[in-house]
Design a binder for this molecule. Sequence first.
Ligand code: NAD
Length: 380
Amino acid sequence: MWRLPLPDGRRLVMKDFVYQALSSRVVFGAGTVGRVREESERLGLSRALVLCGPHHETPARDIMLRLGDRAVLLFSGAAMHTPVRVTEAALALARDLKVDGLVAIGGGSAIGLAKAIALRTDLPQLAIPTTYAGSEMTPILGETREGVKTTQRSPKVLPEAVIYDVNLTCTLPTALSAASGMNAIAHGAEALYAQDCNPVISLMAEQGIAALARALPLVVENGRDLAARSEALYGAWLCGTCLGAVGMALHHKLCHTLGGSFDLPHAEAHTIILPHALAYNASCAPEAMDRIARALGATDAAQGIYDLAKRLDAKLALRDIGMPRAGIERVANLAVTQPYWNPRPVEREAILQLLLRAWSGSRPEASGLARGSVSVEARR
Ligand code: NAD
């Protein structure tokens, strides 16, 4: 580790790092779904199973038409948090029909189902994301069995190819676009203070957050603004890459606990928790906070995220998305039992305060630690 003095009095810390590139092919643009047959041929698919959620059959049927004789069935049962019972139903069909590949169109739920089948079969996947969740760029699979969500990493679940088509995102309702975009920002934000962060991923994280912060207010104003949609999808790709490349921390742990145990909507839970998780970690990750604030054009990362969510008219309180007050203690207990690595130690009382503020929707505050009590160093 080297320390270089900066003109503003801080020290630049250059850490050793490991960078591992993940192998996936990305086709990005407007109208790129027109290349689905060509891309599936590239993957050697001749009997594809097409996967989507129940409210997203129209674009999935279009994919079926484009694939023609290369698709054998459309399965439209994908559900949030990848329930194992849904995976088993789709898997049985995949085996009966002897499918040789998976094409998932939709958000993280449809892509999660393809990943869960790929984990069990090693079938190749072509993902066509239509939200900003970023799952298509990660070797991570979260699954839910009897109300408990577990997450694992495996190279088998990373989709081999991804088609980003900006046109497909134009139908995403503005409230969901806002929440989904904030979900993507959360990946970039936590990547900046990850234990295994590295300079390449940090560049992508800062760019990704900046692109989303610029685009989302325009998307909320006009969901058919193609330039804004393109910028938002580009940011989502970058932030999804960050999620796939480095470890996540407290924020993702809290959101997984809330999603798995209380079935809260994924993107909305991320939107609400993020400012509070950043405030909690601020004093122990100053350089990451500077970069997040810079990407947002704000003076403070946590307050800037809260203000962005407010500007997007997103939900700001867990109580408004179905979280019972009585469940907060349980989430705090679960968060401290098997915590992810976090820049600041995960302390139950402070986490409880964080969750109570997120439950009521108040402004973020750093709980249980005096601001500036940790020495400030810049880190590359
Ligand atoms: P989602 O996939 O459940 O989609 C939300 C809703 O939006 C659905 O009703 C869907 O049909 C609809 N929708 C999606 N795209 C649309 C469009 N373009 N137009 C109109 N409607 C559209 O939600 P999500 O937030 O994308 O994904 C959440 C899931 O993904 C969770 O299960 C989460 O755990 C998982 N996830 C996993 C990873 C990972 O790396 N493993 C990363 C992010 C999210």
